[in-house]
Design a protein around this ligand. Structure first.
Ligand code: GRF
Length: 202
């Protein structure tokens, strides 16, 4: 069965990337997913060093001080060499243009640690902490040209009751993110496989 080729896009720490990489090597993604590249718009992203250390191909293209058109043209040129089935955003902080999104219809996914209707953009855990929320909702969604506005694929609640610091809020949220992202990806990749095998038999 053909594995899905994915490119993981990161801008910083890369803990979700690491969880996916672990699952692609020896966990629940090992039979359905192959990581072609770990990409960053930030050459100093700590996640890039981690990806190199665990032996994945990495690349970066600086997005700062560059027009979005120019950055995305370079990025697409690079991505086309890998023919990815999916782009998996994991803490990637650039907004993608409608034309880039159109290149990968329903093939770009993202994880956002809040209910998008309540909070979009960066620092969602800080927001949850400051709002003293009793729960947050981790959301995996398809990416469109907005910020965390694409169609929701799956959501999971995280209980924040009694969390007494921002670090604790993040710790609880990330523990769910790291499990959930791979589980949702697995379902997506398997669905695709079933759809494709259906077509073959028609
Ligand atoms: C995560 O909280 C993710 O949901 C959000 O950005 C953060 C990235 O963390 N989109 P990491 O780089 O995966 O550790």
């Amino acid at each position: 069965m053909k594995k899905k080729r994915i490119i993981i896009l990161i801008s910083g720490r890369g803990s979700n990337m690491q969880a996916i990489a672990r699952n692609a090597r020896e966990g629940l993604l090992r039979d359905c997913c192959e990581i072609s590249l770990i990409f960053s718009n930030n050459p100093d992203a700590p996640g890039l060093r981690i990806a190199e250390a665990i032996g994945y191909p990495t690349a970066w293209i600086l997005s700062q001080e560059k027009s979005r058109t120019c950055f995305e043209r370079q990025m697409l040129e690079l991505f086309n060499r890998y023919s990815p089935d999916y782009l998996v955003l994991a803490g990637f902080t650039r907004i993608l243009s409608p034309s880039l999104v159109a290149q990968y219809p329903r093939r770009i996914v993202n994880i956002h640690p809040a209910e998008p209707a309540a909070f979009r953009g960066l620092h969602a855990y800080r927001w949850a902490w400051r709002q003293k929320l009793e729960k947050t909702v981790i959301t995996v969604h398809y990416v469109d040209e907005g910020v965390d506005t694409g169609p929701v694929i799956e959501q999971r609640e995280v209980d924040l009751c009694g969390a007494d610091s921002l670090e604790e809020v993040e710790r609880r949220g990330l523990a769910v993110e790291h499990r959930m992202y791979s589980e949702v990806l697995r379902r997506l990749f398997c669905q695709d496989r079933q759809a494709n095998s259906g077509k073959e038999t028609v």
